[in-house]
Design a protein around this ligand. Sequence first.
Ligand SMILES: C[S@@+](CC[C@H](N)C(=O)[O-])C[C@H]1O[C@@H](n2cnc3c(N)ncnc32)[C@H](O)[C@@H]1O
Length: 213
Amino acid sequence: MEIINKDIDQYAAQHSSEENELLKQINRDTHAKVMMPRMLSGHLQGRVLSMISHMIKPKRILEIGTYTGYSALCLAEGLSVEGKLITIDVNEELETRVRGYFAAANLTDKIDYLIGNAATIIPTLTGEFDLVFIDADKEQYSKYYDLVIDKVKPGGIILADNVLWSGKVLDAKPDKDTRAIVEFNNKIQADARVENVLLPIRDGIMMIRKLSL
Ligand SMILES: C[S@@+](CC[C@H](N)C(=O)[O-])C[C@H]1O[C@@H](n2cnc3c(N)ncnc32)[C@H](O)[C@@H]1O
């Protein structure tokens, strides 16, 4: 199911700021040369991530699920002057390509790109984050949330992608990944530590603000 009417989606993209040349190139390269290009955030969602990041001006961003680096570069656009972004992906096959893009953006010193299983790496990370983007394997969304919530500053934001899962969250007999997403959405909705809004952008983004309790 398409969440947003295709023509409306196109209209929204046409009336949103353009991607820079490097992002356009990553978008093109990913579609031409990388498996499962649908995973890339893309123009409209990328601009949303950039806008949110600019509003927060984060000192520290954590991204779970780098893929070809598109969303990492969008999020990095809003980093404060001394800010850093950590991004984690288990797929070492994309490493050379992604490091090349980060170098082309002159962000090698701002981005820590960690290869490995996020569930193993996150507990080793110290310090707090202003912004977290969860966009890796759907089965582990709830686990990633549990691992990061205490590392997020009060007032900090967690974004989780694909929370509408092509509309399958409404299925009467959901498959395994869909069940994981539904459980994640219900968990957030019931968590008194946060406020949340589910944005029906692209495949759905859950925007979560940690309360100062
Ligand atoms: C949807 S893609 C990320 C897309 C990217 N954030 C973007 O918008 O351009 C999901 C990524 O999560 C990675 N991934 C899956 N399981 C993982 C795990 N256990 N730990 C770290 N990364 C994982 C995959 O290798 C894949 O590159």
